[in-house]
Design a protein around this ligand. Structure first.
Ligand SMILES: [Zn+2]
Length: 371
């Protein structure tokens, strides 16, 4: 499927499936960035086997730490800038959302470097091949990359050339992912699917994609986080990519803006911050009952109260509930300010959310999860 990434959901042992898309990239060498956990399971060797068979030499490889910050990634790029000059290279990234976003940031910083050094002209934007090992961010099909700043803040890079040219989706890549990491990733993907469905920018194409993703995730999330089953993992991997496509089409909402403020202040995982915001924002939307929300819940007629259902689902997933008490330390004024400042997200909702409403939602989040 081509959207604008070529999405390969295919038999990994048949290299023929990969020859044409990889050849069409017009590259002769690869730089490889991967997460340490991906290198410990089969994903790494499976992908490297494919790359070897299609005769693309890897001229540099680097294992990335968890959540590397902007300075680290910028330095890594400039230390290796010669690789980017005068040759048609590609970037291969194997790992969770943070690893794929880091690879995007490296491409972004390399382009910035060559744009500011007018003497060095020979730069071709390297195409990115993304191999997600979690069913979560959907970064493998979006123009977005979220990276950490030195002070704990988060910077969102977004530009069309960051959309991976190829995404390789396979449930088997999740075989060794711990249950809590699966849960955070799945809740993030669930939120992408709901947020994009409710977006004022949504259209019939994005809504169909969002709904397919939401239905799959709601159906499989518990099983997925309880044990490893290849067919469940495959469905979840595909659902997360679908939710990523919807995100690329219409963008996420105020839930993401609020979650950014929480994870920046309290240093917690993106998926967990999303999980605490999702049901409370949905309750607010439900009270005003806009047509898109009515349309959404009609699809889940067996679920009587959708926000309550989300709360119950979160409570039975294998997540770190000790974090919830940390919410008591949230500085509400700065969280509200930060939320409103991310206009792209805070205004992408089917109801009006002004400062006082965002404040009330944060209070409700704290009340709900710290009782
Ligand atoms: Zn997200």
């Amino acid at each position: 499927m081509q959207f604008p990434s070529t999405i390969l959901i295919t038999n990994l042992s048949n290299e023929i499936n990969f020859v044409k898309p990889l050849t069409q990239l017009g590259i002769s060498k690869l730089l490889l960035f991967y997460s340490r956990s991906a290198s410990k399971n089969n994903t790494y060797s499976k992908i490297l086997g494919i790359i070897k068979k299609v005769k693309l030499p890897i001229i540099y490889e680097c294992s990335l730490p968890k959540q590397p910050n902007q300075d680290f990634l910028n330095k890594l790029t400039t230390n290796n800038i010669n690789f980017f000059q005068g040759q048609r290279i590609g970037v291969l990234s194997i790992g969770g959302g943070s690893t794929i976003d880091s690879a995007k940031a490296i491409i972004y910083f390399a382009k910035e470097y060559f744009s500011s050094n007018t003497k060095t002209k020979n730069f071709f934007i390297p195409p990115l091949i993304a191999v997600p090992t979690t069913a979560g961010t959907g970064s493998e099909v979006t123009r977005f990359a979220v990276i950490r700043e030195k002070d704990g803040g988060q910077r969102v890079l977004q530009t069309p050339y960051l959309i991976p040219k190829i995404a390789i989706i396979n449930g088997s890549f999740q075989e060794t992912v711990p249950p809590d990491i699966k849960a955070y990733a799945a809740l993030d993907a669930l939120s992408h699917s709901i947020e994009t469905f409710l977006s004022p920018k949504a259209n019939f194409i994005s809504c169909s994609i969002s709904m397919s993703a939401a239905s799959l995730i709601i159906h499989f999330i518990q099983e997925h986080c309880s044990f490893y089953d290849i067919s469940v993992a495959q469905q979840m991997a595909e659902a997360a990519t679908l939710a990523g496509i919807a995100n690329q089409l219409v963008g996420c909402s105020i839930i993401h803006a609020m979650a950014y403020a929480i994870s920046e202040q309290l240093e917690i995982r993106h998926g967990l911050a999303i999980a605490v915001c999702l049901p409370v924002v949905l309750q607010h939307i439900e009270r005003k009952s806009p047509p898109s929300y009515q349309h959404f819940v009609t699809h889940f007629s067996s679920i009587k109260n959708f926000p309550e259902f989300i709360i119950k689902t979160i409570n039975i997933l294998p997540i770190d509930t000790t974090f919830f008490q940390r919410l008591k330390h949230l500085d509400l004024d700065s969280a509200v300010k930060r939320t409103i400042s991310i206009k792209r997200l805070s205004t992408n909702v089917p109801i009006k959310c002004d400062t006082s409403e965002v404040y009330i939602m944060y209070e409700e989040i704290i009340k709900l999860w710290t009782k």
